[in-house]
Write a protein that binds this ligand. Structure first.
Ligand code: URA
Length: 190
């Protein structure tokens, strides 16, 4: 198994799919690799591609505000990664071959972080990590157990920017996440 630093440099040089041709930066992830809670988005947009960090555009500002409500902070107590590490041109959805080729990196991150809780941000991450038939409007906020690890999905922050009427549901989901973190994690919300 690669170390965390070896994984970063291997991922930085990845050319497994066509997205490497148009990327500025590989967006590996942000946060501490010893976090108990792992957030997973879909893939980098333009701002993320330019900075090499997930969720730094408008959706990222909203995500940071959401995290703050329940005492989470990307610089302190969580890790944030994406299903695909390179920006799909024009912010299109990542194609299934791109997701499959890239998922090995996320699996390796997952093994090294060994989180207690995984929070999917949006439909694409939830379909990959929870259930192929996941419906975000129906299944957001529900808890799933996978080999002793707890999984749930929130609406993607970009969806909350487009449709503010989804925000009250997300507040309820965040409070549920806070409760489960308190029950499950030792170090996250001290
Ligand atoms: N949307 C995502 O899903 N991930 C990012 O990193 C940025 C926007």
């Amino acid at each position: 198994m690669l170390t965390w630093d070896e994984l970063i440099s291997a991922c930085d040089n990845c050319k497994k799919c066509q997205l490497h041709k148009t990327r500025t930066n590989v967006v590996f992830g942000v946060g501490s690799c010893s976090s108990e809670v792992l957030f997973v988005g879909e893939g980098p947009g333009e701002s993320e591609d330019l900075k090499g960090e997930p969720f730094v555009g408008r959706a990222g500002v909203l995500l940071d505000d959401m995290l703050k409500i329940i005492g989470l902070d990307r610089t302190k107590n969580i890790y944030i990664a994406n299903i695909v590490k390179c920006r799909p041109p024009g912010n299109r959805d990542p194609q299934s071959d791109e997701r499959e080729l890239c998922l090995g990196w996320l699996r390796a991150q997952y093994r090294l972080i060994s989180p207690k809780i995984v929070v999917c941000l949006g439909r694409i991450a939830a379909a990959e990590l929870i259930d192929r038939n996941f419906k975000i409007t129906r299944d957001h906020g529900k808890w799933y157990d996978k080999d002793g690890v707890k999984f749930m999905a929130l609406y993607h922050p970009a969806a909350l920017l487009r449709d503010p009427y989804k925000r009250p549901d997300t507040f309820v989901d965040l409070k549920s996440l806070e409760r489960v973190i308190k029950e499950t994690c030792e170090r996250t919300l001290q």
